[in-house]
Ligand binder design. Structure first.
Ligand SMILES: [Cu+2]
Length: 474
C-alpha cells in the first residue's frame, strides 16, 4: 500500500465523547444514511506514540453512530484495506443477512468492494459495531460505539461515550495464536481474577503497546468538563481483543444502570466497573465536589496508567488529579452476582436440565486450540432451535482463562453464575465465563431465521476455534 494513502488518526477522535441531549436529536421517522470507509492509518494516541492501524472514516475508534429507536439506518461500507472485512452490529436484533458475520451470513468484503447494511437498530441502548471477518482487523482499529437512544430514558445533565481500546503488540498476538506467548497476566491485584499460572497454562496472553480511551492515551486526550451537581451518564465499551477492564473514578461511586445496553432490574452501586471484552455498561455519577477526577482503567500492567480520562469542574482544569493505586482491594467491584443478586448457595435451580451443556476448554502450552466440547470450529456441536422455543445453554469452563462468550442476534438472560442462580437474571448479549466457573443462559429463539454465531469474544480464542452457532430449523 502507498504511504500517502495512510490517514492519521488520534486524539481528535475524542470529539465523539459528548452526546447531545434529547432536544437536539433527530425525529424517529428519518432514515439515517451513513458511509463507513475502512483504510490503513497511522494511529497516534499521543505525541510519542505511533502505530499502524485500520480505521473507519480515518478515526480510531470509528465514528459514534447514534439513532433514535425506531429510525432506520442504511450503512454503505466501502473497504479500503487489504484484508477481508465485514461489519457486525454487536447487541442488535436484526435480520440474519445483516448480522455481518463473514463466511456465515455474507461473503467477506474485499478491498474496493462495498456492502450495504440496511436495518432498524434496536433494542435501545449502548451497542457497538466492529469487523467480523476473522482477520483480527477489529483489533487493529475497526470498531465504534453505536447508541440507540431510548426515548424513555431519564435524561442526564451530561452524557459521555467512553470507548476503551488497546493497541496490541503484534508479535505477542502471533505467539498467542499459537499458544506460545509469555506475556504477563494483567488483571489488577485484588480482582479475584489473578490466578497462580504455571508456565504451561499461560500461552495465550497478549501484550499491549498502549491503552486508550476514545483515541487517546492519558494525558493526551481531551479533558471533559462537568459542573458541580451534575448527574453524569457514562456509556462505556471495552473493545479490547483479550483483556477485561477494571474502571474506577477517583472519589466517586458509580451507579450501574445498564448491562450491554439493557436496563438492570435494579441499579447497583460500585466503586469499580468490570467490563469484559465486548461488554458495555452504562453508569451514572453525581459531581459532588469541585476538582479534577481521573477515570482510569486499572490493572497490574504498568501501561494501564495511560488508559484514563480527566473530568474537571469549572476552573479546575489544571488541578492535580489524585492518583489511584493500581488495586481494587477492598473496593466494591461490579459482578454479575452483585447486579443480579444471589440467593442461598444451593445447586443451580434453573429448572430443567439445560438443553445444551457445553464445556469450554483448551489453551495448553503450544496448542492453537480453544474448544467447545473438545472440538474446534467448524466441528463444534451446533445448537439447533425451532422458532419460539426457549433455549437453555450452560457453559462449564474447564480452562484457566475467562471466556467472554457472545451470542449474535439475541438477548439472553444470564440466569446462573458459578453455580449460583441469579435472583434477577441479567439481559445480555455476552457474559464472562470465569476460569473454572460456569454460566447458564436462557433465551427465546425469536430472531430472524438463519445461522447466528456464538463464540468467545477473546479474539485469540475465537480465531483458535472457540465458536459454534445457533441454527434455526423448521
Ligand atoms: Cu475465550
Amino acid at each position: 500500500m502507498k504511504r500517502r494513502s495512510f490517514l492519521r488518526a488520534g486524539a481528535g477522535a475524542l470529539a465523539v465523547a459528548s452526546i447531545p441531549r434529547l432536544a437536539s436529536r433527530a425525529s424517529a421517522n428519518d432514515v439515517v444514511d451513513v458511509t463507513l470507509r475502512s483504510s490503513p492509518v497511522f494511529f497516534s494516541p499521543g505525541p510519542s506514540l505511533h502505530f499502524s492501524g485500520l480505521a473507519y472514516n480515518g478515526t480510531i475508534p470509528g465514528p459514534l453512530l447514534r439513532v433514535v429507536h425506531g429510525q432506520r439506518i442504511r450503512v454503505r461500507y466501502v473497504s479500503g484495506v487489504n484484508v477481508p472485512t465485514s461489519i457486525h452490529w454487536h447487541g442488535m436484533l436484526l435480520p440474519n443477512d445483516m448480522d455481518g458475520a463473514a463466511g456465515v451470513t455474507q461473503p467477506a468484503v474485499r478491498r474496493g468492494d462495498s456492502f450495504v447494511y440496511d436495518f432498524t437498530p434496536g433494542p435501545p441502548g449502548t451497542r457497538w459495531y466492529h469487523d467480523h471477518a476473522f482477520s483480527l482487523a477489529s483489533a487493529r482499529g475497526l470498531f465504534g460505539m453505536f447508541v440507540v437512544e431510548d426515548p424513555n430514558d431519564e435524561p442526564a445533565d451530561r452524557e459521555f461515550a467512553l470507548v476503551f481500546h488497546d493497541v496490541p503488540k503484534w508479535s505477542s498476538v502471533e505467539a498467542a495464536m499459537g499458544g506460545r506467548s509469555a506475556a504477563p497476566m494483567s488483571d489488577p491485584m485484588g480482582s479475584g481474577q489473578s490466578m497462580q499460572m504455571s508456565q504451561t497454562q499461560m500461552g495465550d496472553e497478549v501484550a499491549y503497546a498502549a491503552h486508550c480511551i476514545n483515541g487517546a492515551a492519558y494525558p493526551h486526550g481531551k479533558k471533559l468538563a462537568v459542573h458541580l451537581g451534575d448527574r453524569v451518564r457514562l456509556r462505556t465499551l471495552n473493545t479490547s481483543p483479550t483483556q477485561t477492564r477494571y474502571v474506577r473514578l477517583a472519589g466517586h461511586e458509580l451507579v450501574v444502570t445498564h448491562a450491554d445496553g439493557n436496563p438492570l432490574a435494579a441499579p447497583v452501586t460500585v466503586d469499580v466497573l468490570r467490563i469484559g471484552p465486548g461488554e458495555r455498561y452504562d453508569a451514572s455519577w453525581e459531581v459532588r465536589e469541585a476538582g479534577a477526577f481521573l477515570l482510569q482503567g486499572i490493572s497490574n500492567d504498568p501501561l494501564e496508567s495511560q488508559q484514563a480520562v480527566l473530568f474537571y469542574t469549572d476552573g479546575m482544569e489544571n488541578a492535580p488529579p489524585p492518583g489511584a493505586p493500581p488495586t481494587v482491594d477492598g473496593l466494591r467491584v461490579f459482578s454479575y452476582e452483585a447486579a443480579g443478586g444471589v440467593g442461598a448457595q444451593t445447586k443451580p435451580a434453573i429448572g430443567a436440565r439445560p438443553a445444551y451443556d457445553f464445556s469450554l476448554g483448551g489453551g495448553s502450552w503450544g496448542s492453537p486450540r480453544w474448544t467447545i466440547e473438545g472440538k474446534i470450529w467448524p466441528n463444534t456441536p451446533k445448537m439447533h432451535v425451532r422458532r419460539g422455543e426457549v433455549v437453555t445453554v450452560r457453559f462449564t469452563n474447564t480452562s484457566d482463562m475467562d471466556h467472554p462468550m457472545h451470542l449474535h442476534g439475541h438477548i439472553f438472560m444470564l440466569a446462573e453464575v458459578n453455580g449460583m442462580p441469579l435472583l434477577r437474571p441479567l439481559a445480555k448479549d455476552g457474559s464472562l465465563v470465569s476460569a473454572k466457573g460456569s454460566a447458564t443462559w436462557r433465551f427465546t429463539a425469536d430472531s430472524s431465521p438463519g445461522r447466528w454465531l456464538l463464540h468467545c469474544h477473546n479474539e485469540i480464542h475465537m480465531n483458535d476455534g472457540m465458536m459454534t452457532e445457533v441454527v434455526y430449523i423448521d
